[in-house]
Design a protein around this ligand. Structure first.
Ligand code: G3P
Ligand code: CA
Length: 240
């Protein structure tokens, strides 16, 4: 089962920062999950929200700042404010870390509120430049993004994110030639796990921080869990 560190080791470090990703690998994660947006000058950056305000000392949409402007914002968490590894990273900076390790990278295309023009192609070109296409899984809540990824390259792995029940999710995933479904944890039951596997779809569940659920999903044979606490999940995976 893949232990995806959700936004890095985000329980201990500022989410979606180089520090959080490096610490996740040290903590034993076998995968990393991150979120990408595009800047005003068309650069791919890693941050969760469309607006920087929740996680950085500033306000405004990512798409309205240049990369240089975004890099100047300090992280909101006091203890990490002056840490040079706690600025908004570019996707390239994270790929440099991933390249040195042996982990799976799940890049979530944050296109559900703003569909940044060309983001799918830009991300795919970049992962190919790094020769990481076999280690990367692209996901999105936006089905159009999933469709576009497969149109660009049918070998790129994709996962469908969803947060509320979609009765025909397996059918939709198959129609989009997706490789995985990524449901919110409360939507998962034994039948869904069985159906997904019957149709050759991997099942990666978010966001699982409770050890009780970590054990339950591990025992049920799911393919991956997204957790804010990769160290705890590692311990549970290692249990006999
Ligand atoms: O990819 C799993 C999870 O990250 C999706 O939700 O809101 O945490 O990006 P969110
Ligand atoms: Ca995400």
């Amino acid at each position: 089962m893949i232990n995806f560190a959700h936004r890095g080791d985000s329980i201990n470090y500022p989410e979606n920062t180089l520090l959080a990703f490096k610490e996740a690998i040290k903590a034993g994660a076998s995968g990393i999950e991150l979120d990408v947006h595009k800047t005003k000058d068309n650069k791919l950056v890693v941050i969760h929200d469309e607006d920087i305000e929740r996680t950085f000392l500033g306000k405004g949409l990512v798409k309205n700042f240049t990369l240089e402007e975004l890099k100047a914002f300090k992280c909101r968490r006091v203890l990490f404010r002056d840490n040079p590894e706690c600025h908004i990273p570019t996707l390239e900076e994270v790929l440099d870390i991933v390249k040195k390790s042996n982990i799976i990278l799940n890049i979530e295309l944050k296109t559900d509120e703003i569909h940044y023009e060309g983001i799918e192609e830009d991300v795919i070109n970049l992962i190919k430049k790094y020769a990481l296409n076999n280690n990367v899984l692209l996901s999105s809540f936006n089905l159009d993004s999933i469709r576009i990824c497969k149109e660009i390259d049918s070998n790129i792995k994709t996962g469908l994110l969803y947060y509320k029940t979609i009765e025909n999710i397996i059918e939709i995933a198959k129609a989009l030639k997706a490789d995985a479904i990524h449901p919110y944890l409360e939507l998962v039951n034994e039948e869904l796990i069985r159906e997904a596997h019957k149709y050759n779809l991997e099942l990666n569940i978010y966001t699982v921080n409770d050890p009780k659920y970590m054990r339950m999903f591990r025992n049920a044979g799911v393919d991956g869990l997204f957790t804010d606490d990769p160290k705890l999940l590692k311990e549970i995976i290692m249990e006999k």
